[in-house]
Design a binder for this molecule. Structure first.
Ligand SMILES: [Zn+2]
Ligand SMILES: [Zn+2]
Ligand SMILES: [Zn+2]
Length: 266
């Protein structure tokens, strides 16, 4: 879990609330992102030769805090990047990918829904249509449009269509793990895709309802229906103190925190 906070981060700039003033490191939340390290799985290869079967380290979103997250977690390799959607908190670290390009001496595939790719191309025109006299380096990214399940490093990744207010976005499932951030509804057609998920990371912004994110109560309803063995709430605002909130959540449900490592055995 590279980042588990909402878009403003926790602490929020200029806020004196108890969570922003907390000394519990789990109350410091950077912008939402995860890194998936794929274990050995039988080395299948992707159908696309550009997506080498050697893919091991998959980043989900390039958060505003990507540089700090990579340093804090000693991330040295990113083989592919998946995007859930193109909101600022999920994409504004995209320039930091230059460092991985340099270390790996290669371009890095980025994968997203066609609408998200179009938005990223528009937001970061300097990357995809660089001006002739551009100075510093540019991230080297190879876009792939997600049209259904795809294979990375021998693992099948299943995109999970979600609703983030009116905006359709993607969650991702790998094996029995699912990452569903930035959503306040799971469309009926997506439920079968989540059958058998045992480890769930799910959006839960705060207690009060919100127009584009699940509240804690709503997230608990999803957990009750899906019945994973473990659920971790992410995209958490400064309304929720880590320890006090975990103490009132049911068994098997907790707030995720930055730097948390989930080990998943298939
Ligand atoms: Zn977000
Ligand atoms: Zn605060
Ligand atoms: Zn969002």
């Amino acid at each position: 879990m590279l980042g588990t906070g909402t878009s403003s981060g926790v602490p929020a700039i200029g806020c004196d609330c108890p969570v922003c003033r907390s000394t519990d490191p789990r109350d410091r939340r950077t912008r939402p992102s995860i890194l998936i390290n794929l274990g050995s799985s039988g080395a299948g290869s992707g159908s696309d030769p550009a997506l080498a079967s050697a893919v091991r380290s998959v980043l989900v979103d390039t958060s505003t805090d990507l540089r700090a997250q990579a340093l804090a977690n000693d991330v040295r390799r990113v083989d592919a990047i998946l995007f859930t959607h193109a909101h600022a908190d999920h994409v504004f670290g995209i320039d930091e990918v230059r460092r991985f390009n340099a270390m790996q001496r290669s371009a890095i595939p980025i994968m997203a829904a066609p609408s998200t790719l179009a938005e990223i191309r528009r937001m970061f025109e300097y990357i995809f249509k660089p001006p002739p006299a551009h100075g510093g380096g540019l991230p080297k990214l190879v876009p792939f449009a997600i049209g259904g399940p795809f294979t990375l490093g021998g693992w099948e990744f299943v995109p999970i269509p979600l609703l983030h207010g009116p905006l359709p976005i993607l969650g991702f499932r790998v094996g029995s793990f699912a990452y569903l951030t930035d959503c306040n509804d799971i469309p009926a057609a997506s439920w079968p895709l989540l059958d058998g998920v045992r480890t769930l990371v799910l959006d839960a912004l705060r207690d009060r309802p919100h127009s584009t994110h699940f509240s804690v109560t709503q997230a608990l309803e999803i957990v009750a229906r899906l019945r994973p063995e473990q659920a971790y709430f992410t995209h958490v605002a400064h309304d929720l103190a880590h320890e006090a909130t975990c103490a009132r959540l049911p068994a098997g449900v907790q707030l995720a925190y930055d730097g948390q490592m989930l080990e998943i055995h298939e």
